[in-house]
Design a binder for this molecule. Structure first.
Ligand SMILES: Nc1nc2c(ncn2[C@@H]2O[C@H](COP(=O)(O)OP(=O)(O)OP(=O)(O)O)[C@@H](O)[C@H]2O)c(=O)[nH]1
Ligand SMILES: [Mg+2]
Length: 401
């Protein structure tokens, strides 16, 4: 084991016959982690005969997250908590949990974010049962989210991943996953160098999902979970670093699996397990003015860099974003496919991502403005259209290869 401290490793032999491990990554989540742990324990009692273990892998919180977790009453369900070893990030935390799953040979590992408020005991059934029944070894969450929540998911991860690999997965980076032992073993067999990349940070989710799509002998499934209520972030203010880790990883994987996606020209739906609950997601305020201002400023700052690496016609559309601070769907696809191609050149990696970030803010601004008066369902249709657009123009990406 690489990411689990020795004093924890030596305690693991006490746990036998574990059917499910619930892994909770955390970083300063003292206020919310207790609730998640409590619900996890209930789910383990109800759906796994109590044969579970709850693992909190923390990133060195300064708000006593571990203490809050350990002080939570989880009944007869055992729990352990520690600070993982490795570069700081959500991925390192999840790695440490999977190392424990591999050693204990737990057939199911379920990840739950520590800032979740809407988590329910039955989420464990939805995320775990398809694996126990042998139908799949990877389950992504299928939540009902507000139209402005999940902007990285909606604008790139969902439409592009679905179009590339031909499997429609609505929340490829949802974070709350069910993972079977087949996939745990595959993840743990990857070169350790992977854990020095953005996979150790917020790249972990897209990496796990893309690897499952391409390498599992089963097809990934989705679990209907209802609303995702968690600590939300305004895309203009907090999502820059997360975007670069997620998209950098996504682009790296396009290279890795190029032989697979090039052959695919249609999209199938990944099966959804469970009835989709009827819930109204919590509204999320987006500061549109700030987003537009941030877009314009970011484009200006990256203009010289963009001129150096983009072909003229693409640079033209990039420069245009500066005028109104927005980027439409068509130009977004053009830019993504061009930059995904340029990203193959290791020397251009940093530049491509830094150019893309302000354009992403512009894409979000355009979406927010176009959907101001639309319902969540109507906005959803627009996001689906983008997936179709990525698919119909896939030839442009193939040309880059
Ligand atoms: N151990 C560890 N956990 C982290 C770190 N960063 C985030 N996490 C955990 O990963 C989970 C998801 O992080 P969030 O910041 O809520 O991000 P998110 O919900 O995926 O993203 P948004 O939908 O954009 O809000 C939470 O449980 C965090 O506590 C880290 O550096 N170390
Ligand atoms: Mg969150």
């Amino acid at each position: 084991m690489f990411a689990v401290p020795e004093e924890i490793q030596s305690k693991l032999s006490a746990f036998r016959d574990i059917s499910v491990i619930v892994g909770i990554p955390s970083y300063n989540n003292a206020e919310t982690i207790g609730h998640v742990a409590k619900i996890a324990a209930k789910g383990i009692e109800e759906f796994f005969d109590g044969k579970g273990l709850i693992v909190n892998s923390d990133g060195g919180s300064t708000d006593k997250t571990i203490e809050a977790f350990m002080a939570t009453d989880t009944g007869n369900v055992p729990k352990i908590a520690f600070q993982y070893i490795g570069i700081p990030g959500k991925g390192s935390a999840m790695r440490s949990v999977m190392e424990i799953s591999a050693v204990l040979r737990a057939p199911v590992t379920i990840f739950l974010d520590s800032d979740l408020r809407s988590v329910q005991p039955w989420w464990l059934e939805r995320l775990g049962k398809p694996i126990i029944e042998g139908k799949t070894s990877y389950v992504t969450p299928y939540y009902v989210r507000h139209k402005y929540d999940g902007t990285i998911t909606n604008n790139i991860c969902y439409p592009l991943t679905s179009a590339l690999y031909g499997l429609e997965i609505r929340q490829p980076i949802g974070g709350d996953f069910g993972v079977g032992l087949e996939m745990v073993d595959i993840y743990m067999s990857k070169p350790p160098k992977i854990w020095e990349s953005d996979v150790a940070k917020f790249g972990i989710d897209i990496w796990m999902t893309t690897t499952a799509i391409n390498e599992s002998k089963f097809r990934p499934m989705q679990a209907a979970l209802g609303a995702k209520i968690h600590d939300v972030k305004d895309p203009g203010k907090h999502l820059g670093p997360m975007f670069s880790q997620v998209v950098g990883t996504l682009f790296t994987l396009i290279e890795e699996y190029s032989e697979n996606w090039m052959k695919i020209s249609s999209i199938e739906k990944s099966e959804i397990y469970g009835d989709i609950p009827e819930v109204v997601p919590e509204p999320l305020e987006v500061d549109l003015e700030n987003l537009i201002a941030k877009t314009k400023l970011g484009i200006r700052e990256n203009l010289d860099l963009a001129k150096k690496i983009l072909p003229d016609e693409v640079f033209g559309l990039y420069e245009n974003i500066m005028e109104n601070g927005k980027l439409n769907e068509d130009n977004w696809v053009t830019l993504i496919y061009k930059l995904a191609g340029l990203f193959r050149n290791e020397k251009l990696r940093e530049s491509t991502i830094s150019i893309l970030i302000p354009a992403y803010f512009g894409r979000v601004a355009d979406f927010v403005e176009k959907t101001l008066n639309l319902s969540t369902n109507e906005a959803e249709e627009k996001i689906k259209d983008m997936m179709e657009l990525f698919l119909s123009r896939k030839g442009e990406l193939i040309k880059e290869w």
